[in-house]
Ligand binder design. Structure first.
Ligand code: AMP
Ligand code: GLY
Length: 427
């Protein structure tokens, strides 16, 4: 099987590593890929959001499958265009990717089908939104842009002043562009968060092992929200009983709801869950593999990834057992100093071998570039240093041991990835 993977971050590197493990995988291409990915896949300089460019690249390479990994091209309809041109794909069509592309859509879907989520209201008018906030007078309150906003379109407002400012910056000043023309204001929920990725062919849904993200930039969950500074799998809060409840009340109902709406979802559906005192609730859906969740989930996948891609495309996922290894996996993200705000790029990375890897760990490259044959930083999140172990303590030890060996100027990483998970596992 020859496969073109669209995207160029740590998630895509982990997907390519999983594909490489399959005896069926022959040529793997990436667009655009990155410095680290180029050691494992032939990279083409086409942007992941360039729908026409990717279709043309597929025509040139004639892959058996095109795996569209990031949210933007999925929401833009890249899969639809590829299918129209005769290519098989992994990833949802635009009419299903809307489950991530529009929060107003996903909230309405959950309400209509009784899927547990935070109470909410949708607004297209800033004045009405502010009136609603003032009349509710309950804080914190949560304000979300309807559309994609690079993971930054969610504001947790602690006071009326913060809430009003958030509405004005999104709806009046257009901080997130068109994504903020519609907003959702929702109830603030509490409880541990769990990420669950699931394979689905539109009829059957097979959840993968659970994981835990660490979104804030600094130790102790301080600092700004980022794309994710580290992950661990499995998530100790996600017990078998909770998993069953999520399957019955959230996963399967969501797949059935999408089918009933004439929007069958094919690919990987990401459930961002909060385990509230009133049971598990959906915080968000993503229409794709999570980043950096993928980096800790796929290394534990035992089933052949090529088999899964085929079963999903051919809608025979019900007949395929998807198995995960025992043990745990941890990913520590090494970022450029200053991220998620201003940071410098072009720093040489040392401590990696000629494949961009490090002994005892898998190094998934997120923001790296080859400059005169040398690996250099080229983004905010640079590397996801990942290790497995028989338990989380061992996985974390190995990941951090590898992190210590890797260097670049102003590198920043959190020292407490997995700490909360270990504490939860003890209780
Ligand atoms: P998102 O970008 O949708 O993943 O949201 C970012 C983060 O905001 C989530 O991971 C949660 O920690 C938090 N969040 C989103 N919605 C709510 C809510 N209704 N109540 C409490 N926290 C929330
Ligand atoms: N890690 C969260 C996401 O991929 O959106």
């Amino acid at each position: 099987m020859n496969i073109l993977v669209v995207g160029g971050g740590g998630r895509e590197h982990a997907i390519i590593a999983a594909l490489r493990k399959s005896p069926k995988a022959e040529k793997i291409y990436a667009a655009p890929g990155n410095g680290g990915i180029s050691k494992y896949a032939e990279c083409f300089d086409v942007k992941a959001t360039d729908v026409e460019g990717i279709v043309n690249l597929a025509k040139q390479l004639k892959p058996d499958y095109v795996f569209v990994a990031p949210d933007d091209p999925l929401v833009m309809g890249m899969v639809d265009k590829l299918n129209e041109n005769g290519f098989k794909t992994f990833g949802p069509k635009a009419n299903a990717a809307i489950i991530e592309g529009s929060k107003a859509f996903s909230k309405e879907l959950m309400k209509k089908y009784g899927i547990p989520t935070a109470d909410y209201q949708t607004f297209t008018d800033a004045k009405k939104a502010i009136e609603y906030i003032k009349s509710k007078n309950t804080y914190p309150t949560v304000i979300k842009c309807d559309g994609l906003a690079l993971g930054k379109g969610v504001i947790l407002a602690e006071t009326e002043a913060e809430a009003v400012e958030a509405v004005n910056s999104i709806m009046v000043d257009g901080k997130f562009g068109k994504s903020g023309n519609t907003i959702v204001i929702e109830e603030f929920l509490t409880g541990p968060e769990v990420s669950v990725l699931a394979f689905t062919d539109g009829k059957t849904v097979k959840p993968m092992i659970s994981s835990m993200d660490h979104k804030r930039a600094y130790d102790g969950d301080k600092g700004l929200n980022t794309g994710g500074m580290g992950t661990v799998a499995p998530n100790p809060h996600y017990t078998p009983a909770i998993a069953q409840e999520c399957y019955d009340r959230i996963f399967l109902p969501t797949i059935k709801a999408m089918q009933a709406e004439g929007r069958p979802f094919s690919g990987c559906l990401y459930f961002g869950l909060m385990l509230t005192p009133n049971g598990p609730k959906v915080i968000e859906y993503n229409c794709r593999f999570g980043d950096p969740e993928t980096q800790v989930v796929l290394p534990l996948l035992k089933t052949d990834m090529c088999d899964i891609i085929e079963a999903v495309y051919e809608q025979r996922l019900d007949g395929l057992d998807i198995e995960f290894a025992d043990g745990a996996c941890a990913c520590v993200v090494m970022a450029s100093g200053g991220y998620p705000e201003k940071y410098e790029v072009g720093k040489e990375i040392t401590g990696l071998d000629e494949k961009g890897q490090c002994e005892d760990a898998a190094v998934y490259h997120a923001g790296t570039k080859l400059v005169d044959g040398k690996l250099c930083t080229s983004g905010g999140r640079v590397l996801g240093v990942t290790a497995t172990g028989s338990d989380l303590t061992k996985a974390l030890e190995r990941a951090y041991k590898a992190v210590e060996k890797i260097h670049f100027d102003k590198a920043h990483y959190r020292k407490d990835i997995g700490k909360r998970a270990l504490e939860a596992a003890k209780n």
